[in-house]
Write a protein that binds this ligand. Structure first.
Ligand code: XMP
Length: 315
């Protein structure tokens, strides 16, 4: 386990040694990038600009929440609306690895453009150990290219600084608690966002469906945890599957897509077991999703796969 005080001291010194000019911090509002931002903010406040990219692939109301979190922490945020360019870049892309690479590359291009204006030379990222372990190298197989590792384009004009490179999620949370950050207990959310929870084509319309379904799953499981019906899972979300099946709506035949509900318990994301969600909670989730998203979705399934052999995300 990490000693937060010693870790912060060591990393602040290290960042100070590396970063001697303008730097940008990629902030998603998640615990990893927020901790990285705070460390960099302590180390080189004179050089820093925090950048948030709205990819259009975030969870419901997330961009506004992120703005608020940084405002509360007193860190100025440069907000970039890049929704159109992400959807353009993802047009026609259905392969999971290609999606990850497209999102990774687009992120870097946006940051490069922002950096150019600021004459920045460094990019601080919240990469953590499982990101690069699963992305593979000469000695490891690629499980999936995390957007901030394998997704990086070969030619990049910014030097990447990754203060959390050797930490696991639970250790990052320890550091976040040490700083008393409001995001310390937030569930993880993947960098490629809803693109990898929207299996098949990533269109704004399909992503809207995934976003709404994710919000329903989050609300229902958090409420169930508050009511003491279950423990809050480590991670919980909905994935939209491009699998159509026959159903009935009213007394009319329906032929819609499928939502897979995923909830897992884990310590660090490297292994996970599916959460034992009470059936009445699954019933509420299913009813709300099919009522609210009935134009698009007519079937809801619960994923009972552990990791391994599954992974937490579907792509
Ligand atoms: P998997 O699907 O690999 O997920 O079992 C393990 C944890 O990592 C998150 N994840 C990502 N996080 N960039 C990230 O920042 C990514 O590309 C990425 N892919 C997966 C996933 O949500 C889970 O918490």
């Amino acid at each position: 386990m990490v000693d937060p005080e010693a870790f912060v001291k060591e990393q602040v010194e290290q960042i100070q040694q590396i970063v001697d000019g303008p730097a940008i911090i990629a902030c998603s509002g998640g615990v990893d990038s927020t901790v990285a931002a705070v460390l960099a903010g302590k180390a080189v406040p004179q050089h820093l600009t925090a950048v948030f990219v709205d990819t259009g692939l975030m969870r419901k109301d997330e961009p506004q929440q992120v703005e608020r979190i940084f405002e509360d922490m007193g860190i100025e945020l440069d907000f970039v609306d890049a929704r159109d360019r992400f959807f353009d870049a993802l047009e026609g892309v259905t392969d999971p690895e290609e999606k990850r690479n497209v999102v990774g590359e687009e992120f870097i291009r946006v940051f490069e453009e922002e950096a150019e204006g600021l004459e920045a030379e460094y990019l601080v990222q919240g990469t953590i150990a499982p990101d690069w372990i699963e992305s593979g190298d000469e000695t490891r197989d690629t499980i999936k290219s995390h957007h901030n590792v394998g997704g990086l384009p070969e030619k990049m004009d910014l030097e990447v600084v990754e203060p959390l490179y050797d930490l696991y999620k639970d250790e990052v949370r320890e550091v976040a608690r040490h700083f008393d950050l409001p995001v310390a207990e937030r569930q993880p959310f993947p960098g490629p966002g809803l693109a990898i929870r929207t299996l098949g084509e990533v269109t704004p319309e399909r992503v809207d469906v995934t976003r709404e379904a994710c919000a329903i799953v989050e609300e229902e499981l958090e409420q169930a945890a508050e009511e003491g019906k279950m423990q809050r899972p480590w991670q919980y979300y909905a994935a939209l599957l491009p699998v159509q099946s026959v159903g009935v709506q009213g007394d009319v035949r329906a032929y819609g897509e499928t939502i897979a509900v995923r909830a897992v318990d884990s310590l660090d994301g490297m292994t996970a077991s599916f959460s034992e969600v009470p059936l009445d909670v699954l019933d509420s989730i299913s009813t709300r999703i099919t009522n609210q998203l009935g134009d698009h979705v007519n079937r809801v399934v619960y994923d009972v796969t552990n990791k391994p052999p599954g992974t937490v995300e579907w792509e």
